[in-house]
Design a protein around this ligand. Structure first.
Ligand code: NAD
Length: 261
């Protein structure tokens, strides 16, 4: 197995893309620290299912990534119970859709805290141990919105552009340490994050649900197909391989051609 003996911390892995990444890493033998919100019983079922597919442990920590102390405690617990993260996947994210003049300041703060600032905290806490081991992988789920913008998503676009820039800086800082840092930038992936923004987009643009899906979301994707969480997980798994040692500071698009246009 590819990741035997490695420990992967995947933020926002109780659903969607993060869950697919956690499953893919566990299936290759990595011990996995899950994180995110949700129903406790459902999360325990997910944790047990993932552990059963792996030769290593799966743990869950419900740290709220908008709280730096909780991030600190999660990394400390991961290190104490399954090992310091060799692979750090910064994936947790939230979205809110509104014109900038109507954007609630508390939603701006939450998006910047969870989608951007948490990436700084996990990275600064995990990197010293990766350097000490001479091996590490930092994989950030950015977005097509790290490269291009859409109206009514100012906070998300700002945060994702920030993640892309932060990733490049970190990649340069650890270029000679055996540690790579990269972004994966998906287009629209059918997850709760996308489903949840449909009602607000309907309101903001006076459209029906079908119009939002076909004329707003898939309009941006030349393939007219949603990306799947498993496709993103397969790319994350490749970045974790030794063969990906020379891929660093990259922002890898998986967006059905969106940003080629
Ligand atoms: P999702 O809503 O299915 O998953 C988000 C995860 O983040 C969940 O596990 C949730 O519990 C967790 N989370 C939210 N707030 C948190 C907090 N404060 N602390 C800890 N965990 C928290 O959404 P998804 O689509 O799988 O999104 C995953 C990542 O992919 C996000 O960073 C998102 O911006 C990015 N992304 C998604 C798409 C898409 O179309 N779905 C496209 C590009 C990028």
């Amino acid at each position: 197995m590819l990741l035997e003996g490695k420990c992967a911390l995947v933020t926002g892995s109780t659903s969607g893309i993060g869950l697919a990444i956690a499953r893919a890493f566990a299936a290759e033998g990595a011990a996995v620290m899950l994180n995110g919100f949700g129903d406790r019983q459902e999360i325990e079922a997910i944790r047990a299912e993932i552990e059963a597919t792996s030769s290593a442990k799966a743990l869950y920590d419900g740290a709220d990534l908008s709280k730096p102390d909780a991030i600190d405690a999660m990394i400390a617990r991961c290190t104490a119970e399954i090992g310091s993260p060799d692979i750090l996947v910064n994936n947790a994210g939230i979205q809110f859709v509104a014109p900038v003049t109507e954007f609630p300041p508390e939603k701006w703060d939450a998006i910047i805290a969870i989608n951007l600032t948490a990436v700084f905290h996990t990275t600064r806490l995990a990197l010293p141990q990766m350097r000490a081991k001479g091996w590490g992988r930092i994989i950030n789920t950015a977005s097509a919105h790290s490269l291009v913008a859409s109206p009514n998503k100012s906070a998300y676009v700002a945060a994702k552009h920030g993640v892309a820039g932060f990733t490049k800086s970190v990649a340069l800082e650890c270029a000679q340490d055996g540690v790579t840092a990269n972004c994966i930038s998906p287009g629209y992936v059918w997850t709760k994050l996308v489903e949840n923004q449909i009602p607000d987009t309907m309101k903001a643009r006076s459209l029906t649900r079908e119009q939002v899906i076909n004329d707003v979301l898939l309009a941006a994707q030349p393939t007219k197909q949603f990306v799947t969480p498993e496709q993103v997980a397969a790319l994350a798994l490749f970045l974790a391989r030794d063969e990906a040692a020379s891929i660093t500071g990259a922002n890898l698009s998986m967006d059905g051609g969106w940003t080629a246009a």
